[in-house]
Design a protein around this ligand. Structure first.
Ligand SMILES: [Zn+2]
Length: 91
């Protein structure tokens, strides 16, 4: 089971590549319609939510700290990274 939420400021990767060559989009607005800005060329588009959700491959970066960590491979990896950072700080 996958919980997928989108927030303004998230960067998502879409299944289809934009003609400019970028497949990454910043979420500008969420709701019934999603507004997205292409990170390659800056073009802004509107998509109905169902179409947006079908088109998204993955969330590249989420402004939501917990969801962002989950998309990057789980809490375990996040904890390991924190631990490593702690060691570095101690030295
Ligand atoms: Zn583009």
């Amino acid at each position: 089971m996958e919980i997928r939420k989108f927030f303004v400021g998230d960067v998502v990767q879409m299944r289809k590549v934009h003609p400019c060559g970028s497949d990454r989009w910043e979420v500008l607005r969420v709701g019934i319609d999603f507004r997205l800005r292409c990170l390659g060329c800056g073009r802004v588009i509107m998509l109905p939510r169902p179409r947006f959700e079908r088109s998204v491959r993955k969330v590249v970066s989420s402004v939501h700290p917990l969801l962002g960590a989950a998309e990057k491979g789980g809490a375990a990896r996040g904890a390991a990274a924190a631990e490593k950072a702690g060691e570095g700080g101690a030295l």
